[in-house]
Design a protein around this ligand. Structure first.
Ligand SMILES: [Fe+2]
Length: 239
């Protein structure tokens, strides 16, 4: 099955009306400010004219090889709010790294991933596929849109999450209840233990890490409580 990104029509600037609005607002500001002291009137007007044209021009947005990570549309909602008490330093570091991790939807679309993939963003900062390479440890950022369920799965690698924003509910163990975890929570997933995440009405933004058998694939069963059910493996997106 082709990756979801290949099925999407090429985006144009119409899909990001904020940029048209920015062009329009900036042009107006420059035009109004062109008569102010110290402003190069002619140049300001040239810019204003250019921006007015931009606001209505058909602009292609996509670059060859660009990967859509649809959940990054939620980034302003998690980056624009104050850090929770005690999370100031980590939040500052995560924000500074936000544009440097390699964001991806990670999974290709299949029956397991279809529902959550548009709200899923995995940003590997350090690791085999990270901006900085490491063969044994993965450190990254994680963003899950609101009202999204990242279904139960497990993996031989051990995993941690730290909640920076949102109050996701984590289920650790196939028979366990979901427990709401506010900002500051640390959630640890032992090797091959089933775990699932449900975000609330706010996006979940956090830091995650893997260690141990990080090259081994994630797996799931149709019923994670049934050890006799066959193992299944999510389809990983080819990068
Ligand atoms: Fe996991």
């Amino acid at each position: 099955m082709p990756a979801k990104a290949e099925q999407l029509p090429p985006r144009t600037v119409d899909s990001v009306p904020e940029l048209r609005a920015l062009a329009r607002s900036t042009g107006k500001y420059l035009r109004a400010g062109a008569s102010a002291a110290g402003v190069d009137r002619d140049l300001a007007r040239i810019f204003a004219d250019d921006l007015a044209q931009l606001a209505d021009a058909p602009l292609g947005e996509r670059f060859p090889g660009e990967t859509d990570v649809r959940a990054l549309a939620f980034a302003p909602r998690v980056l624009g709010r104050p850090a929770a008490p005690g999370l100031e330093d980590l939040t500052r570091a995560a924000r500074a790294a936000f544009g440097l991790v390699r964001w991806s939807e990670f999974y290709a679309e299949d029956d397991w991933s279809r529902d959550f993939l548009p709200s899923f963003a995995n940003g590997e900062g350090i690791g085999p596929d990270g901006r900085l390479r490491h063969d044994r440890i993965i450190l990254g950022l994680f963003l899950l849109g609101p009202e999204t369920r990242y279904p139960a799965h497990a993996h031989p690698a051990e995993e941690f999450y730290i909640v920076l924003a949102g109050t996701p509910a984590f289920q650790v163990g196939a028979d366990s209840e979901f427990v709401a975890r506010p900002p500051g929570s640390i959630i640890l997933h032992p090797a091959d233990v089933s775990h699932a995440i449900r975000s609330g009405d706010e996006p979940f933004f956090g830091v995650f890490g893997w260690r141990g058998k990080i090259a081994a694939p994630s797996w799931y069963r149709d019923d994670m409580r049934d050890p006799a059910a066959p193992l299944r493996f999510p389809t990983i997106r080819k990068t």
